[in-house]
Design a protein around this ligand. Structure first.
Ligand code: CA
Length: 282
């Protein structure tokens, strides 16, 4: 076991709720899981869950943004792996090992290739230990990053080598770079929620969204739409050929996501409740 692994184990404990809790400085950290839907010929199913950190300070919830802002550069690598170890343990408790587990990566924590390689192989062992095939892991990486491109590609290749899938996170939020996207060869691109939010009221942004969707389709890269907040959003992204979707309309993040049929009824209802869909299925 590496030194980091031992330190991480020291910071994890079983909480009263029966789920693991992480501890970092004054913060207590919980895992929440948000379902990701998969759409297939007008049918919806649960593809997997994105693990998200919910921080608390003095038993009061703190925004994840504020928490990560409070992490110094020197602690980033440790916190990144603490979060991942926490999520893997809590995911094991959900008993949904037939679903994918989406894990967010902080690229700034991966500047040291040696350190990254050893932690990635520990992650593989940890996943296997809880009965999760590393192929069921999806690493979400923001594409526009401060990390040097070559370092980023090396980290991605390491994750790919253990069988894990790669998702480009929050695509279209900042200055996204298609050359870099092609080099990263992701399994999935997640289109940023802000683009969908702004598309609701701006026709030109709806066209931009459609163009990105069409381009990804041409490249053969399936995309997930983030930030689906109502049935109109769901139908919009579904019509553009989204393979996956995520957002409050589909399900909010919780420690124990409900069983699949609870969501599926809502998703299915939204997808079929319009004349053109009925006509296609008739
Ligand atoms: Ca994400």
């Amino acid at each position: 076991m590496s030194e980091t692994t031992e330190l991480i184990a020291d910071q994890l404990s079983l909480g009263n709720s029966g789920y693991w809790v992480g501890c970092f400085k004054d913060y207590k950290l919980e895992s929440h899981f948000q379902p990701i839907a998969r759409f297939d010929n007008g049918k919806a199913a649960v593809e997997g869950y994105e693990a998200l950190i919910r921080p608390f300070k003095n038993n009061t919830p703190v925004s994840p943004f504020a928490f990560f802002n409070d992490v110094t550069d020197g602690d980033r690598f440790f916190v990144d792996w603490l979060c991942r170890a926490l999520h893997l343990r809590n995911f094991a408790k959900l008993n949904r090992l037939d679903k994918k587990l989406y894990l967010n990566l902080d690229p700034a924590a991966y500047a040291n290739p040696e350190q990254s390689r050893s932690q990635i192989s520990i992650m593989k062992e940890r996943a296997e230990k809880i009965g999760l095939n590393p192929e069921m892991l999806v690493c979400e990486i923001v594409e526009s990053t401060s990390l040097k491109d070559q370092t980023l590609y090396t980290v991605i290749d390491e994750f790919r080598a253990i069988g894990s899938r790669i998702a480009i996170d929050d695509f279209g939020a900042e200055s996204s770079n298609f050359d870099r996207l092609l080099r990263m060869q992701p399994h999935i691109v997640k289109i940023d929620r802000s683009l969908l939010a702004r598309s609701r009221h701006a026709p030109q942004l709806r066209s931009l969204y459609a163009n990105i969707a069409a381009l990804l389709h041409d490249l053969g890269i399936p995309f997930a739409s983030e930030g689906i907040e109502d049935a109109d959003d769901l139908r919009f992204i579904h019509d553009l050929g989204a393979t996956y979707g995520q957002g409050f309309f589909l399900a909010r993040p919780t420690t124990t996501p409900a069983d699949d049929p609870t969501y599926l009824n809502v998703w299915q209802e939204a997808l079929i409740s319009r004349p053109e869909e009925t006509a296609i299925s008739a």
